[in-house]
Ligand binder design. Structure first.
Ligand SMILES: Cc1ncc(COP(=O)(O)O)c(C=O)c1O
Length: 413
């Protein structure tokens, strides 16, 4: 190969010989930008409502669709745009590759995992396809999903004629029992592929139980954790799940455009993805087309240039979540959810709700015309959502008991 064309000090590739080392070395000139402290040190507002401008004008109870945008995220986004203006492409090596690693480190921590087990992808759907294409089938072709899973998970298998898809029915429209998974899994099973928290019932599944059932049958356990990360404490390596997808859009307050993929340690190096990209190559900046050598960490699953605006907004949301801490968020969300449940029951509404030990911050209220109810609430600046037959309400730490009261008044008034 001809000697590389030298394009100036700013554009010298950062990671040309990063090889198997992780994390990649930081650019020597990279400065760390210090933002003004963003959490009120007096803690007069312990849940940082001032960080979220939408709360000034709306009763926002729809975090399971889209987490609120923080000033912190906006500040990061502005930094990104300023550097785009002032530095152009040289910001990649000086700053933006580093921002990607900043995000990866924080995201890994919130999943209880090392950064080397975390990949950044464009969407959950892409992450699921990357996993589906990476595992050797060893003659297995059965996949177990449920009727409560988010459709994008089930669709992965519907389009593959070689797959025998089993969709488990719910006995009550809220949950699927572990025994149902155990009964459906056999020596032909390739994946148990289901949700951590069901998007339209809020039921939290038992990850250890699901992973055990899959492992005992020699199958992989693939979890769609989009509704888990940020509202449930995670220690993924301890659960034994093989793959877990999540993203910044909802409870992690980072906006659309990215997804996260956790890969169990055992599979990080041994699986060879078939959907690949130059970001998955261990010598990305050698631009060598003669071989494909995957990273020795979860970056081998990555699928090209990540959405940098979202890397920045996700960092802002993630910093707030990290500062507050998931245990405190779980506790606060539980207080709000308990109050909401109590109040709507007092008002004679009917819930489709998980038992207390499987309950998350997604509350489903039965309604004959939920879309009309959601529109009417929006007219009163109360933002919730609907799914078939239900109004869906999802309080997060920045909500208050007053928000719950306003919602109840809106539903009954
Ligand atoms: C459980 C769950 N999985 C996946 C998604 C979205 O998947 P994607 O990132 O492919 O749009 C959502 C919601 O947007 C969801 O609630």
């Amino acid at each position: 190969m001809a000697a590389p064309h030298v394009i100036g000090p700013e554009l010298r590739p950062l990671a040309s010989s990063a090889g198997p080392t992780y994390p990649p070395p930081a650019h020597p000139d990279r400065e760390t930008v210090r933002f003004r402290p963003f959490l009120d040190p007096t803690m007069s507002d312990p849940w940082q409502r001032d960080q979220f401008p939408i709360l000034r004008n709306k009763t926002y109870l729809n975090s399971c669709s889209l987490g609120a945008l923080s000033l912190r995220s906006e500040e990061y986004l502005r930094e990104f745009l300023d550097r785009w203006h002032s530095m152009g492409a040289s910001a990649w090596y000086r700053h933006w590759l580093g921002r990607i690693e900043d995000l990866r480190g924080r995201v890994a921590a919130v999943h209880g995992a090392p950064a080397a087990q975390m990949a950044l992808l464009p969407s959950t759907s892409v992450a699921l396809s990357a996993v589906a294409e990476a595992v050797p089938t060893s003659g297995r072709n059965r996949v177990i999903c449920t009727e409560l899973d988010f459709p994008t998970l089930v669709y992965q298998w519907r389009t593959r004629p070689e797959i025998e898809l089993v969709v488990l029915p719910s006995p009550d429209g809220v949950r699927i029992d572990l025994e149902q998974f155990a009964d459906a899994v056999d020596e032909r099973t390739l994946f148990v592929a289901t949700s951590h928290v069901y998007f339209a019932t809020g039921y939290i599944q038992d990850l250890e139980g699901l992973a055990r059932i899959a492992r005992d049958a020699g199958a992989y356990c693939l979890i769609d954790g989009y509704q888990g990360a940020g509202q449930v404490e995670l220690d993924l390596p301890a659960t034994g799940v093989d793959f877990y997808t999540s993203g910044p859009l909802k409870w992690l307050l980072g906006g659309p455009g990215l997804a996260y993929l956790y890969v169990r340690d055992e599979w990080v190096r041994s699986l060879e993805p078939r959907l690949v990209s130059w970001f998955a190559h261990r010598r990305q900046f050698d631009f060598d087309v003669s071989t494909f050598e995957p990273h020795e960490d979860a970056r081998r699953f990555e699928m090209g240039t990540p959405a940098l605006p979202t890397v920045h907004t996700a960092l802002g949301g993630q910093e707030i979540v990290d500062q507050l801490g998931i245990p405190a968020i779980v506790k606060r969300n539980r207080e709000l959810t308990d109050r909401l449940v109590e109040r709507v029951l007092e008002e004679g509404m009917t819930l489709s709700i998980a038992p207390s030990d499987h309950r998350s911050s997604i509350v489903m209220i039965q309604h004959p015309d939920p879309s009309a109810a959601v529109r009417s609430l929006a007219d009163r600046d109360i933002i919730v959502d609907y799914r078939p037959g239900h109004v869906r309400v999802s309080p997060h730490f920045y909500n208050t008991e007053d928000d719950v009261e306003r919602f109840v008044a809106g539903m009954t008034g």
